[in-house]
Write a protein that binds this ligand. Sequence first.
Ligand code: TUI
Length: 311
Amino acid sequence: MEDISKLFGVRYPILQGGMAWIADYRLAAAVSNGGGLGLIAAGNADADFVRTQIEKARERTDKPFGVNVMLMNPHTEEIMRMLVREKVALVTTGAGNPGKYMDALKGAGILVCPVVASVALAVRLARSGADAIIAEGTEAGGHIGELTTMALIPQVADAVDVPVIAAGGIADGRGVAAAYMLGARGVQVGTAFLAAEECHISRAYKEMIFRAKDTDSTVTGRSTGHPVRVLKNKMSKEILALERQGIDPDEFESRMAGTLRMAVVDGDVSGGSVMSGQIAGLVRRERPAGEIIETMFAEAKEIYDGKKKLF
Ligand code: TUI
């Protein structure tokens, strides 16, 4: 199976996660300039906002970069039309099935890499022409599925003929090497890039990630069918209490609205949603995005070359 570095035309087989409110043109350009594939997250923004982000990224890098479209965004149709016009290198999708957009994107020469959390959707989208499948385990931050990365990756790798990109719980070279052992031919990394100097989130959000330990994340929204991994705080405690009382799904959605922005932009990490993967415990200090990538692959290569002999 082809490695995604070849497919994407990048030095290292690493894709940045499409983190809503977080992954802007500065992070995307820094990851692409650092040898990976950077992404601008459309989140809940409209097409004009995303187009402006693309223009700004193009001023900062001549390397390929992509856009992540969160399919629950009400502006999705309009964003997809704009992406076809702009011909970005790559589109990743999350939180839904991008099947109906596949032909238009592919027709514009855009690489399409959907994020999935199950074998069934992976198979369907590979058949519809996905260039690679991003299989995301429940260790990931934000909106998640049920299966762990360890269980999901080999099952998806056996089920599709396109490269599989592993996501969820990968923040260093050990994670990269493990993903490859499971059959992946690339990785998607989100939480580890929160530590990038070029990641412009509130200081409070960054510090909470640096302080986080292994057991500090929890999942809100399981009761309403929108499970989202966040760091434990006042907000998550309140939400989980309301869920135990059987909060109505509409009430739940209106309670959650704007809470990610509160944490990312306003620095309210007590009342806001601090989305993070379970691997935050490995993310300890701020570094340039390029250095995060270089270290990760130097470590993975050392493991792979057998310098750390296993048996
Ligand atoms: O999309 C993500 N992670 C996200 S999106 C997001 S924005 C948000 N904010 C507040 C509440 C909810 C979302 C934050 N984090 N990851 C990709 C991902 N996609 N993980 C799991 C899935 C997924 C799940 C079910 C993809 C497809 C799917 O099936 C849908 C179907 O129609 O079969």
